[in-house]
Design a protein around this ligand. Sequence first.
Ligand SMILES: Nc1ncnc2c1ncn2[C@@H]1O[C@H](COP(=O)(O)OP(=O)(O)OP(=O)(O)O)[C@@H](O)[C@H]1O
Length: 409
Amino acid sequence: MPMEGISGMEVDRKACLVEQSPACTLDYASEGSESSAGDCSELTLEVRSAEMMTSGAMREGTAKRPCHAAQLGLLGSPRSSRQRRWPAGGSSKAWWLGPTALAGECFHRDFTFVEGGEGLLGRGTFGSVHRCTQNGEGKGDDFAVKVVKLNRYEDRQAVGRERRALEKMKGASCAVQLHWVYAEQHAAFLVFELLENGSTLEDVLNRQKGRRLDCAAARKLCRALLQAVAEVHDNGICLLDIKPANIWISAGESPEQPSRVCLLDFGMAHEFVPGKAVRLAAKSALAGTPAYMAPEVIQANLSHCTHSRFSAFNGKKADAWSVGVTLFQTWFGHLPFQPPFKALDLIGEMSLLHSEWAAAAKEGQSIPTAMVGVSAGESKFWNQVLACDPAERLTASELLQHPFLNEGS
Ligand SMILES: Nc1ncnc2c1ncn2[C@@H]1O[C@H](COP(=O)(O)OP(=O)(O)OP(=O)(O)O)[C@@H](O)[C@H]1O
């Protein structure tokens, strides 16, 4: 059987014939959003792999297997990333990556980690991010690689989600560009464009006096951030982990005039169909950052702890809340809902703070914590941004049009 896009090495029959796990696939497919597109592609993978496993070509060992990104002709110049294609096919070894995933074993052959202080770019919950240099063809080009240890099933899910979402965002400047994924036995290597000349919004705020931007700067930055989030939503993806540490600001002339606002970390991202709720498997709903989680996501977490397997909510509205918390922080220099320091039950504490706030809002009070001196118009704006009821909350694209954020522009 001719295998599209695969060339270079003799087939490794063992690797190609690794058994699929129907149970895992079911779990994986049901874990995603209600997106029929996403689910269909999962099914396609299964059918294709089953064909591969039974095809004469594979059994005879005449087909080739994807092993090495360079051999697949993927490692062109980083500047030609728009033309670069994901390899067709996919290895059954890394079914969790999705239908077009490359399951290479050769990251260390293709790249070298940059040693020393400038080598470590950041650390997150899922892994560490390092600067690396490409070997061979494209030698000397620098990239950022996220190394994710694959200890748990959820780690594979997160890598698969990130890859699928970022494939959809290819070429969009509002999302960090993912070039290649290498899946090894105990770790995945996600090779991204290297973001330089800038920093995360968290670092920008930490450097500012009072950890906030002045009004004009905050308005401009907020609009750029909302534009980025709205674009991701227009592509049918919700992020579910928006926070200052996941927003990259490329340095422009000043923080308020960034040349690019780019979203990082699509490990929680889910595809959605407009008008339909996003469904999260109970376990994946537990990820994310409580201080930025929408009340309905907090409730989904709580209900998971008690009884229900799936949680459903509107992903765009959930993101809009996280954006709202981020805007609030940029504006006022602190979080709107701050759980007690080192609280043992963060989710429970957040739920309490949200219900207090919902009750206060019903009484006609304005947004909590240090809103003294804000105008009625501004207070109304924050109440719409941080409305506990998703139906009353504005989405990113609606916020973008809001007169409060466009004052003086
Ligand atoms: N492409 C990149 N170029 C430069 N630095 C990066 C890049 N990607 C990530 N970083 C740095 O690494 C940090 C961690 O990255 P990222 O948020 O993707 O990891 P994570 O493990 O998914 O984190 P989280 O705890 O948010 O889940 C970022 O805050 C940023 O400082």
